[in-house]
Ligand binder design. Structure first.
Ligand SMILES: C[S@@+](CC[C@H](N)C(=O)[O-])C[C@H]1O[C@@H](n2cnc3c(N)ncnc32)[C@H](O)[C@@H]1O
Length: 310
């Protein structure tokens, strides 16, 4: 069944996502007046708005229909300087081939992960702090939900996901308890049910700064949205969309994604057609973290393309 995500009345009241490291993004993108920039994860349009304010034009892509609707409202004053596309950035090449501008673009950015809206919308199931259906799909057109994984996979398959995408040490124990719980009490369909099973399995670890459900929710979200493969496919296609001198920026929020970006950029540099602009990733400064604690794990990496990829 395909369900398109639309905003509930409660969700409409959620405040806008605060874009992270905006100054650093503008500086690294080197925004020029009237040039075109791709924001491959336009979200609620925070970075896109900053690029538009700096004089650039934006093509904004996002796979979440409800989020794009929020961007549409926010960016309406910029009229035809912005175009929004509801799609997965893993199809970047085909998205760009359908646009009517002749040249390659000057900059592409992706701010991967979840938006505040997705985390706070009660119907989406991304947060272990809300009682929601176990969904976690960013794109309502896709079929697989977190509930499907939690209820249909064998314990070793679940453990694999928790280990690989959540780097969770207690992966096996949690997976076994999930399977035991669903055969004893029936399907696990809500975030609260899942949190109960996780905390029964591992308790609250003394001294741990993070909630025991954090890694499991991250792992399920990555699996449901095939996030790491989508990122790799996007990175494969981005250089071809850039003019010489064009820049690609990626902001990531967890080590698995950051590792992919770091190794990809380094490989391009070794092949002699790109230069890494951030030898170490940029991190948000202290006062930004104080004002927006969600940005604390952000890492920004950038690369400049100086010739066509091999
Ligand atoms: C951190 S938010 C971006 C926030 C945005 N920069 C802003 O200022 O509002 C991440 C966004 O990326 C989108 N996203 C994640 N993976 C995607 C993918 N593979 N293709 C398209 N959009 C994706 C999510 O739906 C979410 O809206």
């Amino acid at each position: 069944m395909q369900i398109c995500h639309v905003q509930s009345e409660t969700a409409k009241l959620i405040p806008c996502h605060q874009p992270v490291m905006v100054e650093e993004v503008l500086k690294l993108l080197n925004v020029k007046v009237d040039k075109i920039y791709i924001d491959a994860t336009v979200g609620e349009g925070g970075h896109a708005e900053a690029i538009l304010e700096a004089g650039g034009n934006v093509i904004g892509i996002d796979q979440d229909e409800a989020v794009i609707e929020r961007a549409r409202v926010r960016l309406a004053p910029y009229k035809d300087r912005v175009r929004l596309v509801h799609a997965n950035f893993r199809f970047l090449k085909s998205i760009l081939s359908r646009q009517d501008f002749p040249d390659r673009v000057c900059g592409i950015m992706a701010d991967v992960g979840v938006s505040s809206y997705q985390l706070e919308a009660p119907e989406r199931g991304f947060s272990f702090q809300l009682d929601s259906p176990l969904d976690m799909r960013m794109d309502g057109r896709s079929r697989l939900t977190a509930a499907d994984l939690v209820n249909d996979l064998k314990d070793e398959e679940l453990a694999g996901i928790f280990r690989e995408y959540g780097e969770e040490r207690a992966a096996r124990k949690i997976a076994r308890l999930i399977v035991a719980s669903r055969s004893r009490e029936g399907k696990i369909t809500t975030t609260s049910q899942l949190v109960r099973v996780i905390t029964t399995a591992v308790g609250f670890r003394p001294g741990s700064r993070i909630h025991p459900a954090t890694r499991i929710f991250q792992a399920l979200r990555i699996a449901v949205n095939d996030e790491l493969e989508a990122l790799k496919e996007f990175l494969d296609q981005a250089p071809e969309g850039l003019a010489p001198g064009g820049r690609l920026l990626v902001i990531s929020f967890q080590s698995l994604e950051d590792r992919i970006v770091k190794h990809t950029f380094k490989a391009w540099e070794r092949e002699n057609w790109a230069a890494v602009l951030t030898k170490k990733p940029l991190r948000p400064v202290e006062h930004e973290v104080r004002n927006n604690p969600r940005c604390r794990s952000a890492k920004l990496r950038a690369v400049e393309i100086y010739s066509t990829p091999l």
